[in-house]
Design a protein around this ligand. Structure first.
Ligand SMILES: *Cc1c(COP(=O)(O)O)cnc(C)c1O
Length: 345
């Protein structure tokens, strides 16, 4: 049967030998004392890439998002986001539990391949329409809106630049902040050719992951203004995310930026290959996630596993395949064959 072909997520990648070498050779120090040169270099580099003043290395995307939300939202205020957003679906209610931040959701009506429902596609006007004003003693004030790009449960869809720009321009005069959950913003940039800094400048705070498609074992970076990152550093410490000689991890992130960013295009090609072979509209697959709807998910996942292909079930009727650097073209073709056979396509 050979090696398992793991398409469950792009988090499953293991550090390559080159990355492990970079980790072994990293210069390190105590980062709580701000003495780890490799972490400082990573933070500066990522902040620069997104057009922000400063960055903060954190252990996970969830911590990055939660710190980002806390920077733009006080306890008792709300953040407005899409109903399928990672921050409300997969972060264990953290904003409420940790910070007393209320979350309100809208079912995004932006056009997508699944009609108006569950696309996750941003429609700026729709979101803006739901924002509640500050200074009204009846209403929970909307302090921030959060946008996810690419959208995970939306099947890796890319948020339209014109909508992001419209939201940003409105937010400046409305005094509402914008948080970007950019776990896979790299994929959006590679897919569209829109510069990372262009995306970055359309958000007050952003969290970007090194451990998804980029293939680092651990880590995300929060970017924002220098003042906000100083506050973020305190929140990270409170949350237990102050790390010591973690430059070995930051070195993996730097290596990933050097070697694994451009190659995301390969993952996108592999996703196209899967889409075509499985009879999906190739235009409906925008990055490295392939969403298979209306399938008996547990049965197919189990049968695929028996043939060495791992996929994830995102509902009883939906599977998700995520191409990643651990799955080359040959393996993708094999996975496509196995799944096409099982689905009778
Ligand atoms: C993976 C992911 C995160 C962060 O997840 P962690 O497992 O905490 O690193 C955040 N947002 C989105 C959209 C994600 O896909």
């Amino acid at each position: 049967m050979g090696e398992l072909i793991d398409l469950r997520s792009d988090t499953v990648t293991r550090p390559t030998s080159g990355m492990r070498r970079a980790m072994a050779e990293a210069e390190v120090g105590d980062d709580v004392y701000r003495e780890d040169p490799t972490i400082r270099a990573l933070e500066e580099r990522v902040a620069g890439m997104f057009g922000h003043e400063a960055g903060l290395f954190v252990p996970s995307g969830t911590m990055g998002n939660q710190i980002g939300l806390r920077l733009v939202c006080e306890p008792g205020q709300e953040v407005l986001c899409d109903s399928e957003a990672h921050i409300v679906t997969y972060e264990m209610g953290a904003a409420a539990v940790l910070f007393g931040i209320s979350t309100r959701t809208v079912v995004s009506s932006g056009r997508g391949r699944w009609g108006g429902q569950e696309t996750g596609r941003l429609d700026a006007a729709q979101l803006i329409d739901q924002v509640r004003p500050h200074g009204n003693w009846h209403l929970t004030a909307t302090a921030a809106v959060a946008v996810e790009n690419t959208h995970n449960r939306g099947g890796g869809l890319v948020q339209p630049l014109d909508q992001l720009q419209a939201l940003w321009e409105w937010s400046r005069q409305a005094g509402v902040d914008v948080h970007l959950d950019g776990a896979r913003i790299w994929n959006a940039s590679v897919a569209t050719g829109v510069d990372l800094a262009t995306y970055g400048r359309l958000a007050d705070t952003a969290s970007v992951c090194l451990s998804k498609g980029l293939g680092a074992p651990v880590g995300s970076v929060v970017v924002a203004s220098a003042e906000r990152i100083a506050a973020a550093r305190l929140w990270r410490k409170r949350l237990g995310g102050g790390m010591r000689q973690a430059g070995v991890l930051a070195a993996a992130g730097l290596y990933a930026l050097d070697h694994h960013l451009d190659r995301l295009a390969e993952d996108h090609e592999h996703a196209q290959l899967l889409a075509k072979r499985l009879g999906l509209d190739p235009a409906s697959v925008e990055t490295n996630l392939v969403r298979l709807d209306d399938v008996p998910a547990p049965v197919v996942a189990e049968a695929a596993k028996a043939q060495g292909v791992l996929v994830s079930q995102t509902s009883a009727h939906r599977l998700r395949l995520v191409t990643n650097l651990g799955v080359d073209r040959t393996a993708t073709e094999r996975a496509a064959d196995v799944l096409a056979e099982l689905l009778g396509r």
